[in-house]
Design a binder for this molecule. Structure first.
Ligand SMILES: NC(=O)c1ccc[n+]([C@@H]2O[C@H](COP(=O)([O-])OP(=O)(O)OC[C@H]3O[C@@H](n4cnc5c(N)ncnc54)[C@H](O)[C@@H]3O)[C@@H](O)[C@H]2O)c1
Length: 281
């Protein structure tokens, strides 16, 4: 065998992500982006704990992982409840011993303009989308510390940087996630824990299903992206996998936009007849 062939053999066998045998906790893993993250982590050889208030959905994804030869544990957990999260930590520790990867993803939205959104809806969105991320991260912190460090990925949104009108506290909650993620990066860097955020644009999931049920909406939404399509959950999971892995070892406190170019299309929305199609139609 020539040295060149030898090198090729080694390259083909590389475990690119390097998360095989690590434990990854994913919240909101019953469907949508979270299920895709859980399946991707399992495909890369990680052991996966799927936390969701929808235990049936989480169990179905866990079963799929196990049937395909992976290790997974589905846990009923409302990420706004410190007690429920503490129970999940105990179960993850008993099952897997340690945990070094966490994806904060459980989220929801409630309609309402700022003039009229009810205080209960405002508080619910903040408590799931922002406070829940903090509660889960700090409850699993001792396990990450014991593992010698790890990586936390927070699923934020394009709405972290651009207000999403008539969606109550959604944008405020997601903006909070970005700054909390950066604060976590600073405070927990000493534990060799990285904290990064992913900002998805438009993803086809249960959260947004009602919009796509309206005829023509998908095409109109696709038209305001640069790539000309809506994201699939896997598009978001791929970015999360990169941030979980040591391939992003020098990234912390960062945010990755995974929006098909939506956030760059702004100036093309301005009508400039003769110069652009998007804004002039
Ligand atoms: N779909 C999009 O277009 C889009 C765009 C940007 C960001 N995001 C974000 O991506 C993340 C995943 O959303 P999705 O689109 O997959 O939605 P989804 O509704 O399909 O999934 C959200 C999951 O979170 C779970 N969940 C909600 N509240 C919970 C709680 N208190 N405790 C535990 N689990 C809870 C739900 O049961 C569900 O399984 C969210 O944080 C969302 O804000 C989605």
């Amino acid at each position: 065998m020539t040295s060149e062939t030898k090198t090729e053999t080694t390259m083909v066998g590389e475990d690119w992500l390097g998360i095989r045998g690590k434990t990854c906790v994913v919240t909101g893993a019953a469907g949508g982006v979270g299920a895709s993250v859980a399946l991707s982590a399992a495909r890369a050889g990680a052991y996966v704990a799927l936390l969701d208030k929808d235990i049936e959905g989480a169990s179905a994804v866990a079963q799929e992982i196990v049937e395909r030869g992976g290790r997974a544990l589905a846990l009923a957990c409302d990420t706004t409840s410190e007690q429920a999260i503490a129970n999940a930590v105990t179960r993850v520790e008993a099952e897997f011993g340690e945990c070094s990867l966490l994806v904060n993803n459980a989220g929801l939205s409630r309609p309402g303009g700022l003039e009229s959104v009810s205080l209960s809806d405002w508080n619910l969105v903040l408590s799931v989308n922002l406070t829940g991320y903090l509660l889960v991260a700090r409850a699993f912190l001792p396990l990450l510390q014991r593992a010698g460090g790890g990586s936390i990925v927070h699923i934020a949104s394009i709405s972290s940087n651009y207000p999403q009108p008539s969606s109550g506290a959604y944008s405020a909650s997601k903006a909070g996630v970005l700054l909390m993620s950066r604060q976590m990066a600073v405070e927990w860097g000493k534990y060799h824990i990285r904290s990064n955020a992913v900002c998805p644009g438009m993803v086809r999931t249960g959260l947004s299903a009602e919009f796509y049920a309206v005829p023509g909406v998908e095409q109109r939404r696709a038209a305001v992206t640069a790539v000309g399509r809506i994201a699939e959950p896997q598009d978001i999971a791929n970015a999360a996998m990169f941030l979980l892995s040591d391939k992003s070892a020098y990234m912390t406190g960062a945010e990755l936009a995974v929006d098909g170019g939506l956030s760059s299309v702004l100036m093309d929305m301005v009508p400039r007849p003769g110069y652009n199609d998007r804004g002039s139609n």
